[in-house]
Design a protein around this ligand. Structure first.
Ligand code: ADP
Ligand code: MG
Length: 311
């Protein structure tokens, strides 16, 4: 059973009046999301992620294409669908002077809750999102992480079957991100909520999602489970070396090295695992009399993955 079935969706924004400009945000996107899964839309800034989520969540209308969500047409049945889905942004904005508990209650009233039912729902969400200590804190005084948790609490107020999370861990410290991710995983496993999230962190998508769709410039470039995509892309760590002499012909053929390229005086080697390969590489370079002036190790960035995909 599909929660989302979208075909060939396009959306172009027109802005300006005297000299109008057109931005093609989505250029024919098709996406299916089975119920009860977590699907990640992964892509760089401007890829069209927020536009796609907004269309799926009935907040924007597509220019063309067909979009069915929970069995309904997003344009014709928008009002009926809205009761069954919700969305949270990683860049939330709520009225700055309202307190956390008041914000959640405000949204509860919009969905028709009142009296003891409303109080119970607010209590439950405050507890679920670990906001108890901040219930009476004005929104403007919250940290980024707490603001995002308020957004998550708000998005659960109508007990949605389908949840859209737009960059849920944007700008969070790593330890806070881990907690948010655990919450998201629990929402699916304990409540069976279908979740579509956007992110530009490769590792986040890898950890959380059953399936990932790479989106760039309004198109889906690849789609699959994290394992399938990794097999295709051969994701590894990047070891960057500053060498003297700078060019070492055999480096690309060394054991465990998937590929090598020269970037601004550095040699960047993508390896299957840095911990395993770095000591061997350094030993081999030293044995050849090549001086290693500097070394950096990093996880592959999304850009690396796209470079591979676009080849
Ligand atoms: N309301 C808007 N008016 C004009 N252009 C927009 C609007 N919203 C988004 N865009 C443009 O559409 C493209 C996709 O934006 P967006 O969906 O926000 O990307 P992402 O969420 O992946 O960063 C970008 O080029 C952006 O500048
Ligand atoms: Mg966005």
């Amino acid at each position: 059973m599909l929660a989302i079935d979208a075909h060939d969706v396009t959306k172009t924004f027109k802005s300006g009046w005297l000299r109008p400009t057109r931005t093609a945000a989505l250029r024919g996107v098709s996406l299916t999301v089975p119920r009860g899964t977590i699907v990640g839309l992964l892509g760089p800034n401007g890829a069209g992620k927020t536009t796609l989520l907004s269309i799926l969540a009935t907040l924007l209308t597509p220019d063309s294409g067909s979009v069915r969500v929970l069995g309904h047409d997003v344009v014709r049945d928008a009002a009926r669908l809205r009761r069954r889905l919700n969305m949270a942004s990683g860049r939330p904005s709520f009225l700055w002077s309202l307190r956390v508990g008041e914000i959640v209650a405000f949204y509860g009233r919009l969905y028709g809750l009142s009296g003891s039912k409303l109080r119970r729902r607010v209590d439950e969400l405050i507890e679920l999102c670990e906001l108890g200590a901040n219930r009476r804190t004005p929104y403007s005084e919250l940290s980024t992480g707490l603001k995002q948790r308020v957004a998550l609490a708000k998005s659960l107020v109508n007990d949605p079957e389908l949840l859209f999370l737009d960059e849920p861990t944007l700008g969070l410290d790593p330890d806070v991100s881990v907690r948010v991710r655990r919450h998201i995983a629990d929402l699916r496993s304990q409540r069976g909520i279908t979740i579509v999230l956007t992110t530009h962190y490769m590792r986040e998508a890898d950890e959380l999602c059953d399936e990932i769709a790479f989106i760039k410039a309004g198109r889906i470039l690849a789609r699959g489970t994290p394992a399938e995509l990794k097999r295709r892309i051969r994701l590894g760590d990047v070891i960057a070396l500053r060498l003297d002499p700078p060019a070492v012909p055999w480096l690309g053929e060394a054991p465990g090295v998937l590929r090598c390229r020269a970037v601004d005086g550095w040699v960047e080697c993508t390896v299957d695992g840095a911990e395993k390969r770095l000591p061997d590489l350094l030993r081999a370079l030293s044995a050849e009399g090549i001086a290693v002036r500097n070394v950096r190790v990093r996880e592959p960035e999304l850009e690396d993955v796209f470079v591979e995909l676009a080849r």
